[in-house]
Design a protein around this ligand. Sequence first.
Ligand code: IVH
Length: 677
Amino acid sequence: MSKPAATPPDWERYSADELEEAVRYHNRKYWIDNAPEISDPEFDRLVEVLRDKDPENAVLHAVGPAGADAESFDSETEKIAHDPPMLSLNKCYEEQTLLDWYDKFEGPALVTPKIDGVAATLRYDTHGELQVAATRGTGDVGEVMTEQARYVGNIPQSIDDGDLEVRGEAVMPVAVFRERFKHEYANPRNLTAGALKQKDPKKTANYEIRFFAFDLLGPRCDTESDKMRRLDELGFAVPEYELVERDEGQTYYDEVSENRATLKYETDGVVYKADDVAEQQRMGHTAHHPRYALAYKFAGDTGESVLHDVVWSVSRTGAINPVGIVEPVQLSGAMVSRVSLHNLAIMEQLGGDQGLTLGARVLMSRRGGVIPNLEEVIEPGDRPVEFPQQCPDCGAKTRRDNDVLVADHLEDCRSARLRQLRHFVSEMEIKGFGPKLLEQLYETEIVTSPPDFFTLTVEEMLPLERVGRKLAEKQIRRIDNARTVSAARFLRALGIDELSHHVSNILVDEYSSLDAIRSANPEELVELHTIGEIIAESVTTGLEENGELIDELLHHLDVEFPEDGDEEPEIPGSPLADRAVLFTGRMESMSRTQAKEEVEKRGGRCPSSVVRDLDYLVMGDADMEKFKTGWRTNKLKKVERYNNDGSQIEVIGESDFHSLLDDDDSLQGTLPIGDEK
Ligand code: IVH
């Protein structure tokens, strides 16, 4: 097949043979060459058209990695047959299809987000021991990965029941991908597949894969909801689920679509299953999919565009980063015309041998429906992208330092400085310094670098536009309140690349002084759980380069580390160690005072209100149910706001809190809220 035209082909006009050829071609492009030429929704549409025209066509059973190339199905790996086969899902893209489907059975549907991971199955023997784990493979035959599954943190190795099978989806949580792998890998799904194929199963642990269960075979259950409850009781993590009637079907889809960024895993649609198992049996299945289930997929997450220009933006760390200007394209409901190209290395990689070119036809996406990303070049353009010789702002000469374009910016490189100041006040939680005020302070040379805030006076501020004495005094009080600061916050405020919330907490947990952190080398940091080489390198270099800034700030600031006493909990090794937990509302099983005591025994702390470095907000299970359907108190709104601002606060119910107390890694149904950045 030739390259696709700019507008997607009208598959309806193709013959079955042509469609079959197209399916084979694009399937191979996706799974083997790792270079898809059409978007996922477009591919799904192609398959649908073929299914309509020729439902028995053999290629319909071969869609996926195994169908793409029989040899890619590793011949050395042990196989098992799935009985019954692990079928696919029938897909749709519009409400009418969903409504027509609902008309075919009685009762509500159990609805879950469609998890974009690797389908897998777990068999437990009569004693409840995990006996075999396998991937879906072709659907009929899967690859055994029992030993690897022992290193998937939340797969129970033994359960209080036996002779049953649990099916679900293995994923790399979005947070793990973002923190550790996004620099080197295209997407979490491929990494998950790789993690489960590790020849040395212990290595699987390094990927922090998690398993979400959505099907139970063996025990008699009358409804899908019974299955979910039973899976939950047996200790499996299950995806968010709800019973939804026909007239609410679209609303629920819209909600998931809107909130998908708050889920732990990537999702590409919503799965509906008739809740009543007797109805399911009546409806039966085709060779491809059960008739009692339907996946309503999110369309429009990807789209084609043209790269018109690359502009260069000075980051707060002084790196000069490429930003693509593309023909505006509608993605997941928003117009996108700018896209970060990250750094020189990633930009070059995108362009292949000849590097990225202007005029190139490109595939754009919003990962998980949120952040715009240039996925790949479909057809190269005709003009090379030129790197600027000078900083677009201060004119300093640029040079390449590994993967990034840098410059020894002049003292007064405005963009870099303003960004640094903005980042500093935001991380230090010094409110009231909006962009206008900062610009004035910078231009009058009163504040040109973070330490200047701490010598700022009311009198210096008075001449500024729209600053009265009251405001000036308030700002000075705000600065004074920030003179004592937690070590983690201080580290983040430095604006060092990769020194995120997560990384700063790890450093503070691990070391007991700033000196110790500053003298750590990258090799040492890599030893710490969840810190990869790129992060380690970036953090150590950043700390070194900012040595002077740090010393100067320390003249004005009191940087606090958690006290020694906190470090030896009565109950060691708990996941609550060093975590900040806040309770809200009423809990059934214990009073707040008791709950606080339990957290503190485990080395955690309980701040008295929502703070930016809070880890968990715990509420009663009844409130949790309300929360899941959109109910928000002021505390919850604050959590949402902070999360949108980079915090990582998880909202959990009372039962999950108990799992944490019991040191149970299989936290279920936790709901991080807020847009991901
Ligand atoms: S229910 C056909 N629920 O999608 C069996 N499946 O594209 C019914 N999947 O093989 C499965 N998220 O592995 C169900 N919430 C979810 C799902 C889900 C992802 C997978 C499943 C299936 C594939 C089909």
